[in-house]
Ligand binder design. Structure first.
Ligand code: SF4
Length: 274
């Protein structure tokens, strides 16, 4: 089963492959629709996803220059207002002056394209760039696991290599770039990642190996993950005969140290009108 030549790699689909090759195959190659709750209780899961989406949209508007009182005019949800107030009272500090929310970056990579939509990129031209990602989960920030996420490789690499419009498409040195994960539920505990000069070559090699591995997959059914905890929160679990019932949100919050189902990014909410 070969990948289409115009396949675009993103942090989402690469992370899915790392988590479970079969999930990658079902979701992005076969495009298998398999409606099933991802976690229980369903209503609470959906509510938290909606809250995360709303928060991202509010912060996006804020960095477009829309006044805060206009942004919150029709917001009544107390949890969402608490996140917003946390953001307004304790926003990310030392942010470079050039700011571009919801910025798309892409480049050719290992015979395909690699792309990302970043929540906010802030640039001091020719000097530094900071990538911001709003993490609307209820998990305590865990720097070690964030550092290992594919997102923490793909976003900085695209910024370093392409420079982006705010830097007139001039590449950055890795040491000029940092990435901040900012949590409205934990506004005092943002996680900042920095990159040393060797980071780009080792990251490029790692991602190239991963893309090549995916491109060379030829089996009819890609391997199912051996970590069955991933199946509890996967929409395909009944298709894969890995259980009928969705995992519990509380369990997910405690158990999945590498990421969260409630983690929203603009890749997931494309198409929403702003
Ligand atoms: S249910 Fe498990 S094995 Fe099947 S696609 Fe999902 S994570 Fe992979």
């Amino acid at each position: 089963m070969t990948l289409p030549v115009d396949f675009v790699f993103t942090q989402n689909n690469l992370q899915d492959f790392v988590d479970c090759p079969r999930r990658f195959q079902l979701k992005y190659i076969l495009k298998t629709a398999w409606p099933a709750p991802v976690s229980e209780p369903i209503e609470e899961h959906n509510r938290l996803i909606e809250l995360g989406t709303q928060f991202h949209m509010m912060v996006h508007r804020f960095y477009l220059g829309i006044p805060a009182d206009v942004i919150t005019l029709h917001v009544t949800d107390e949890d969402l207002l608490a996140w917003w107030n946390a953001f307004m009272n304790n926003p990310p500090t030392n942010m470079p002056p050039g700011r571009q929310p919801e910025i798309s970056l892409s480049m050719p990579f290992a015979g395909f394209r690699l792309a990302a939509k970043i929540d906010l990129l802030a640039v001091e031209k020719g000097k530094r760039a900071v990538i911001y990602d709003w993490k609307t989960t209820h998990q305590q920030p865990r720097p070690y696991f964030l550092k290992e996420r594919i997102q923490s490789l793909v976003y900085p690499m695209l910024v370093i290599k392409t420079g982006g419009a705010l830097n007139e498409y001039k590449p950055f040195n890795p040491a000029q770039v940092s990435m901040v994960y900012w949590y409205p539920a934990f506004p005092d505990s943002p996680v900042t990642l920095n990159f040393d000069p060797d980071w780009i070559s080792s990251t490029e090699a790692k991602l190239t190996r991963l893309v090549n591995q995916i491109a060379e997959m030829r089996m009819e059914i890609y391997p199912l993950t051996v970590d069955e905890t991933k199946c509890k929160f996967c929409q395909y679990r009944s298709l894969c005969e890995r259980g009928i019932y969705a995992g519990n949100l509380d369990e997910e919050d405690e158990g999945d140290e590498e990421g969260s189902l409630l983690d929203i990014n603009f890749d997931d909410i494309q198409g929403i009108a702003f």
